[in-house]
Design a protein around this ligand. Structure first.
Ligand code: FCB
Length: 484
């Protein structure tokens, strides 16, 4: 009797589970992406490669900067980093095992041109040929960034790198060489990563700048001039890439403008967020000229004598046609409409506002949707395909006794930002792909190895790689082409 009852209960459970699973199969899958959505992971040369003096590479400004005591937390340097220069094959195998289809990495300018200009270091270039061949063999599409902050020290010594207009020409020559030598294998180029970070944070007025080269300049105008030179370098590199590439290629700029998020999605607050966009941080002076051909007039007015000197023809060079735009997305700032001029107000983050393991990493998933929408609407570039070229967070990852990293904080972060991305896609904005930052824990600039952004944990003593729970979660999102 007991047995029969037990069997009945069991049968009932099986039947319910079966019905539910059938219902699941019939339910439309939530948070799905279009079939051609590009799922990727991102890294940068100085943060992972190591091998800083191998095969003819010469120092970048980050080698010099991190060698100065007190510049980087714990005096960490990128000398070894993730030793990716020697371990790229197994790192690519790991990516393939996770189902990652697109890989964004950067080329080290001083590995290819140790003096920044002139003689090519063929051994350095060969590394990237091997890397790309290995990616292609694993059916992973390479997306190469020409510059992710590691300016050749030689050019810093020669003319102060980004302080001089000369750098734009040297950067374009470098672009010509890589397009000529790697353009048979690489079809997706990104010129420069986050102009703000190596110009406005690399040069400081009356304060020690936390990023390389760490030079203190005298005026705010000089700082704006460095970012103007970087915009020129971007424009000239676009022309150089297209001219030198043996086959048609896609060219993009990568920027980390700060999305302004309306406090509520009502017409007045949305209009306030759009007006405020131009005046937050460097938005109106970096992404805006690059995508529209004009600096924001409101910003220029605000800067007055601090504005960059713009020569005739500069804006045409800067405003090159682009095949795509890369948006590095970490946080946004809230805005509301007010009755007082200028009609909007930036809102401070309250004390208990949630953030991840960086002082600036405020949890603001709405920034993904609003960032995409601002490019299309506020900057009036609905034609421009957008990729989230970086998104991710530092978390205080810990190894459990069973040897896992169960980073549910990172999963929460990625999930909410990806849902916001999916919203943008579902509303018809041209968001075409997403690269998680980062494939590996790595050298996080002024924070050294203290801050872990990877979906893969690195044991720096042994260089062992351990995919975190977020890596397995991300792999499943890729497999199902939706946010889980
Ligand atoms: C971005 C950088 C990247 C990494 C992440 C956390 O600003 O492009 O190299 O440091 O932040």
């Amino acid at each position: 009797m007991k047995v029969t009852t037990g069997a009945r209960v069991w049968q009932a459970i099986v039947a319910t589970v079966w019905e539910n699973s059938q219902a699941d199969n019939q339910r439309p899958m939530s948070y799905s992406f279009p079939a051609d959505f590009a799922w990727g992971a991102a890294t940068a040369a100085y943060q992972i490669e190591g091998a800083v003096a191998t095969d003819g590479r010469k120092p970048s400004v980050w080698d010099t900067f991190s060698a100065q005591p007190g510049r980087v937390l714990n005096n960490d340097t990128g000398a070894v980093a993730c030793d990716h220069y020697h371990r790229y094959e197994s790192d690519i195998e790991l990516m393939a095992a996770l189902g990652i289809k697109h890989y964004r990495f950067s080329l080290s300018w001083p590995r290819i041109l140790p003096e920044g200009r002139g003689v090519v270091n063929w051994a350095g270039l060969d590394f990237y040929k091997r890397l790309v061949d290995c990616l292609l063999a694993h059916n992973i599409t390479p997306h190469a960034t020409l510059f992710h902050w590691d300016s050749p020290q030689a050019l810093e010594d020669l003319y102060g790198s980004w302080r001089s207009r000369e750098i734009a020409k040297d950067f374009a020559d470098y672009a010509t060489i890589v397009a000529r030598e790697l353009g048979d294998r690489i079809k997706h180029w990104m010129t420069i990563n986050e102009i703000y970070c190596f110009t406005h944070i690399g040069y400081g007025v009356n304060q020690v700048p936390p990023h390389a080269p760490g030079t203190v300049v005298k005026t705010v105008q000089e700082v704006w001039q460095t970012s103007h030179h970087a915009l020129l370098a971007h424009g000239m590199a676009c022309q150089a890439l297209r001219a030198a590439s043996p086959t048609p290629c896609s060219v993009a700029l990568v920027d980390n403008f700060v999305p302004t998020i309306p406090i509520a999605e009502t017409p007045d607050h949305i209009a306030a967020a759009q007006a405020a966009f131009h005046l937050h941080s460097t938005n109106g002076g970096i992404v805006e000229p690059a995508l529209t051909g004009q600096y924001s007039s409101a910003l220029l007015q605000q800067l007055g004598p601090d504005a960059p000197h713009i020569k005739d023809g500069d804006l045409e060079i800067i405003h090159q046609p682009l095949d795509a735009f890369g948006f590095n997305n970490y946080f946004g700032v809230s805005v509301r409409a007010t009755d007082k001029a200028p009609g909007f107000e930036f809102l401070d983050f309250p004390k208990s506002y949630p953030k991840l393991h960086m002082p600036w990493l405020f949890f603001s998933p709405g920034s993904t949707y609003w960032g995409v929408r601002h490019v299309s609407e506020t900057l009036n570039r609905p034609d421009l395909p957008i990729y989230i070229t970086e998104n991710g967070c530092a978390a205080q990852d810990e190894l459990t006794e069973s040897g896992e990293v169960i980073d549910i904080d990172r999963i929460l972060f990625l999930q909410q930002y990806l849902r916001s991305a999916q919203r943008a896609v579902s509303e018809g904005y041209p968001l075409k792909g997403y690269f998680v930052w980062s494939l590996l824990d790595n050298f996080e600039w002024a924070w050294g190895y203290d801050r872990r952004f990877g979906i893969t944990y690195i044991d720096y003593a042994t260089q062992e790689r351990l995919p975190k729970a977020s890596a397995h979660w991300y792999a499943e999102c890729i497999r199902q082409n939706r946010v889980l």
